[in-house]
Design a protein around this ligand. Structure first.
Ligand code: MGP
Length: 305
């Protein structure tokens, strides 16, 4: 059984960088009060000709991070990219719900749905866009966790501008890593697994190539989005990638894709590298191109880590 009782590497890394950024904003815990240090008289008046000094420390006191004041914080820490959360469930299927306008990006247009994905996207509702650590936690604390969702529901967390469909430009040459987890055994784990999966996505830690010396500056992450699905007997977690190895002459890409899968299996989900996970209703961590997924009934080639 995976150990998910403490934050794994990528989740820890994402939260640490947020905490460090917050501490950098507020480096001195023992801030002096403005009244104590200033020369201003008791009634707040200045002597003639006196110049009032701006007390930087007092100003620092007005900075409230999400860590010091979870409700009234006034500082935000930007993510590497903006993200969009989408949702569908049996309750939203077929209902023409208004698309919730984003509070974070009121002007952000909903991405254009390619014609072939129109039917598929009909039932998927955009929940919100966000681009900061604080907005992520605000969202996370206010949505129903996967363990409480009805059967046949999905959360899709995708980079802003990419719709959660094979047909999107960013997905059409790609594929997905996924793992299927029997419901009964994983009810207690799935919420943490989904949280760590989202943290790895927004913290951009899924694609180890990005931080390697080989990666030219500006290299884009392979990951376009992550999904959690509830089905009658299992949960499924998926990581969608921009590209999929097509077989011959694709060794470099295959290596990079496999690194994403291994990272997902070990650092995010907490399994051992060599652990076999397949069993009744369970799968290993498997990769399949979207082209193969589209060929319903035919399983196509799979990579397993
Ligand atoms: P699914 O929900 O990803 O698979 O796709 P699952 O969970 O095995 O199936 P379920 O029946 O238990 O929900 C289910 C079906 O939705 C696919 O067979 C496709 O017909 C359709 N579908 C899924 N995706 C991800 C897409 C997509 O991106 N585009 C389009 N056009 N159809 C899709």
């Amino acid at each position: 059984m995976a150990s998910v009782s403490s934050l794994p590497g990528p989740a820890l890394q994402a939260s640490r960088s947020a905490v460090q950024a917050a501490l950098a904003e507020h480096p001195d815990a023992e801030v002096h009060s403005a009244a104590k240090d200033s020369e201003v008289g008791d009634d707040g008046s200045l002597e003639p000709g006196e110049i009032q000094e701006v007390d930087m420390q007092a100003q620092a006191e007005t900075i409230r991070t999400v860590f010091s004041d979870p409700k009234n914080f006034n500082v935000k820490h930007p993510l590497y990219s903006p993200w969009t959360l989408w949702f569908d469930s049996p309750a939203t299927k077929g209902r023409n719900l208004p698309q919730t306008p984003s509070t974070a990006f009121p002007q952000t247009p909903v991405p254009q749905t390619p014609g072939a994905a129109l039917g598929w996207m009909e039932d998927i509702k955009r929940v919100i866009n966000f681009d900061s650590v604080e907005e992520f936690w605000g969202l996370y604390n206010n949505i129903v966790p996967p363990s409480q969702l009805p059967q046949k529901a999905n959360y899709y967390l995708f980079k802003e501008g990419i719709i959660p469909a094979w047909e999107d430009e960013a997905n059409k040459a790609g594929g997905k890593w996924s793992i299927q987890l029997p419901k009964e055994k994983n009810r207690g784990n799935v919420d943490k697994m989904w949280l760590y999966t989202m943290l790895a996505a927004i913290g951009e830690t899924f694609d180890p190539y990005l931080t390697s010396d080989e990666a030219p500056p500006g290299t884009q992450s392979l990951v376009t989005g992550v999904i959690v699905s509830t089905r009658p007997q299992f949960y499924r977690l998926s990581i969608w990638t921009r590209l999929a190895p097509s077989g011959v002459d694709d060794d470099k890409l295959r290596e990079r894709i496999e690194a994403v899968g291994r990272h997902f299996k070990t650092a995010v989900l907490g399994y051992n590298d060599s652990q076999k996970l397949a069993g009744p209703l369970a799968t290993d961590v498997e990769f399949q191109s979207h082209k193969d997924s589209e060929k319903k009934g035919k399983s196509g080639r799979k990579i397993v880590v």
